[in-house]
Design a protein around this ligand. Structure first.
Ligand SMILES: Nc1ncnc2c1ncn2[C@@H]1O[C@H](COP(=O)(O)OP(=O)(O)OP(=O)(O)O)[C@@H](O)[C@H]1O
Ligand SMILES: [Mg+2]
Length: 201
């Protein structure tokens, strides 16, 4: 059976015999050489980060095959829901602790919106690692959380605060929790960091 799942901003996804086929498609507005190298780089990155995350005991789709010539990844189909559709406090806390595991394994997601997080049987799955990288950077970890916060605010404007709180509660298990939070406050131009700067003036 062959079913088109989604034609996204960067890729065409279909379900073929129970396997997700993600093919990065050509973008006409990019210079052809840049387009080709970006598609290659993101496809390789995605496959290698999925493997790395899986080795670190995180829940991600298993990579079944990689067709480098056609910028295509074949992966396990996660029959779940996008995070923002099923979000609740326990799931938000779990997302936070899973993100802590991801970051403590030196993996930056790079595009941590709620449509790149799936929930299946109360387990959190991260997908779409094409913009990710291997890094222990506090700044990059804080940016991941910032993107996630903005995405939750967009989908749940009324009660985003409590969900973000639960996520951070879960994330407090990360070895770099304090440093990341401080950097997040700095990125958002608020909080302790701002006060410190003012004090020094
Ligand atoms: N392994 C998978 N199992 C189940 N669903 C998936 C899987 N991979 C992707 N999807 C679904 O397809 C959507 C798009 O996939 P993905 O995020 O990898 O591509 P994308 O090009 O970034 O798409 P977008 O432009 O929407 O961000 C996901 O939001 C998810 O709903
Ligand atoms: Mg996506």
């Amino acid at each position: 059976m062959n079913k088109l799942l989604k034609v996204g901003a960067e890729a065409k996804l279909s379900l073929e015999d129970g396997i997700v086929v993600k093919e990065r498609i050509s973008k006409g507005y990019r210079i052809p050489e840049i387009d080709s190298s970006l598609r290659k780089k993101r496809t390789r990155r995605e496959a290698s980060l999925l493997d790395k995350a899986r080795r670190a005991q995180l829940k991600v789709p298993a990579v079944k095959d990689l067709d480098k010539d056609n910028n295509t990844i074949f992966m396990e189909f996660i029959e779940g829901e996008m995070f923002h559709k099923v979000m609740n406090s326990p799931l938000s806390k779990k997302l936070g602790s899973e993100l802590a595991k991801l970051h403590d394994s030196e993996i930056i997601h790079g595009d941590l919106t709620t449509s790149n997080i799936l929930v299946k049987a109360k387990d959190i799955y991260f997908i779409d690692f094409g913009l990710g990288e291997v890094s222990d950077s506090i700044e990059k970890k804080a940016v991941d959380i910032r993107v996630l916060k903005e995405s939750i605010k967009a989908s749940h404007p009324k009660d985003s605060g409590k969900h973000i709180e639960s996520i951070l509660e879960g994330y407090s298990s990360s070895k770099s929790f304090d440093a990341v939070l401080e950097r997040l406050e700095k990125l958002e131009g608020r909080g302790r960091y701002k006060k410190k700067v003012n004090k020094n003036k």
